[in-house]
Design a protein around this ligand. Structure first.
Ligand SMILES: *Cc1c(COP(=O)(O)O)cnc(C)c1O
Length: 411
């Protein structure tokens, strides 16, 4: 299997691990508790032997999905969660303590931005920097710096972080580097290749891919030496240091905080993930064609898409993502067009939040997902009042282009 490609490995993953009755899909296990014929075996599993006890800490179904995510990221181990936010919470709250310093990209998901202010209120120092240049990250370094956090492609401004250079810089300073790979997915880029110690993926987006299940995951790439990390509890400092960080995230984060992925959602995400590469190829191709068509339209003021030569990180995105540029667009219409009226005239685009679905979704950003943040923080993130976010799906691209045009031209 080691030499098979991304999708071959993925679609054969379940049947190559131990599976009942030769089932092609790992059976769905809704059981909350797991029984033992031998009491010593029960105790052994509580004491660290691989196995299942209580479903809050995982089931055979979540374990099968975790194995797939680990394979996609070419990491060493993965813990799954009920949502991407639960995965981020577990990472930040179990690894950072009062007085620690976190350097984060300022171009991050709105709810993650809100989460960082909760962290700051508990005494973690947070510095937001323009992570499109490693020099800004380096300038924020303090003796208390513990972690550096970036998103691969920012939503909705599509800024592409200086990911690889930041990874090299973190390695030089023995800093834990966490990459949220949700927008690029392991198909466009592996966190490990960027130098990340931990990779977070929201499984609710492209990996699940069908807008019908929420999930999140944290993967240890094996690059970070946890014996350098001061905040690992004594009880998890045994055996190889390789597993310490993820053990703490699993025990303190998943077990104690309780944001467990249900077996049902894990199964749906697992099936959805099998076509990740196919969907991403189509979504990225559609996004590029749509971006080019909108960029050329007289009633469109600005298109933010890494695939356009005008994008400030166009060249970097091409290098990092193998000539693909993701499937998210930021679009601003010219002054004088009422964005609400325009949106109401679209027929194929779905007016909805979320991203990474098979369907193309659009929403006015400043009035919805970034409303609570206020104008100042929006300005910092480069979000104009008129900005639309488009998550491009797998439809026939001409239908998307025609729909946007008919709505614009009727204005
Ligand atoms: C959606 C998203 C999250 C949160 O994931 P949920 O599964 O919705 O909780 C985190 N990071 C990024 C970049 C996202 O797009």
């Amino acid at each position: 299997m080691a030499n098979n490609g991304f999708t071959t490995t993925l679609v054969h993953s379940d049947r190559r691990s131990t599976v009942e009755h030769g089932a092609i899909h790992k059976p769905l296990h809704p059981s909350s508790e797991y029984a033992f014929a031998d009491s010593r075996e029960l105790a052994a599993v509580f004491q660290g032997k691989a196995g299942f006890t209580y479903a809050r800490q995982g089931t055979p179904t979540t374990a099968a999905l975790e194995a797939k995510i680990t394979q996609m990221e070419e990491g060493v181990n993965t813990v799954s969660f009920a949502t991407g936010m639960a995965a981020l919470n577990a990472t930040f709250f179990t690894l950072l303590r009062e007085g620690d310093h976190l350097i984060s990209s300022q171009y991050i998901f709105g709810n993650t931005n809100s989460l960082l202010s909760t962290l700051a209120a508990l005494g973690v120092e947070v510095t937001l920097v323009d992570a499109t240049d490693v020099a800004n990250v380096a300038a924020a370094l303090r003796p208390e710096t513990r972690m550096v956090f970036v998103e691969s492609i920012a939503n909705p401004g599509t800024q592409v972080a200086d990911m690889k250079a930041i990874g090299d810089w973190c390695r030089e300073h023995a800093l834990l580097y966490v990459v949220d790979n949700t927008l690029s997915t392991p198909w466009l880029c592996r966190g490990k290749d960027m130098g990340a110690g931990l990779v977070v993926n929201s499984l609710s987006k492209y990996i699940g891919g069908h807008g019908h299940a929420l999930g999140g995951a944290v993967t240890d790439t094996g690059l970070y030496d946890w014996s350098d990390y001061p905040n690992i509890a004594e009880v998890y400092r045994n055996g190889s240091a390789r597993g310490w960080g993820l053990t703490q995230i699993k025990k303190k984060g998943l077990r104690d905080m309780g944001g467990t992925l249900s077996a049902d959602s894990a199964h749906r995400i697992s099936v959805g993930s099998e076509t990740l590469a196919l969907r991403m190829e189509r979504c990225c191709g559609n996004a590029l064609a749509l971006a080019q068509a909108l960029d050329a339209h007289a009633k469109v003021a600005r298109v933010s898409y890494p695939g356009l030569a005008s994008h400030p990180q166009h060249r970097r995105a091409g290098e990092l993502f193998g000539g693909r540029y993701g499937a998210l667009l930021g679009v601003e219409l010219i002054d004088g067009i009422d964005v609400f009226e325009f949106l109401n005239r679209l027929r194929v685009f779905v007016l909805a939040t979320h991203l990474g679905d098979t369907r193309t979704l659009v929403l006015p950003v400043a009035h919805t997902i970034y409303y609570e943040m206020g104008p100042e923080r929006r300005a910092l993130m480069g979000i104009a009042d008129s900005m639309l976010r488009i998550s491009v799906g797998i439809e026939d691209v001409q239908d998307l282009i025609d729909d946007f045009r008919q709505a614009l031209e009727s204005m």
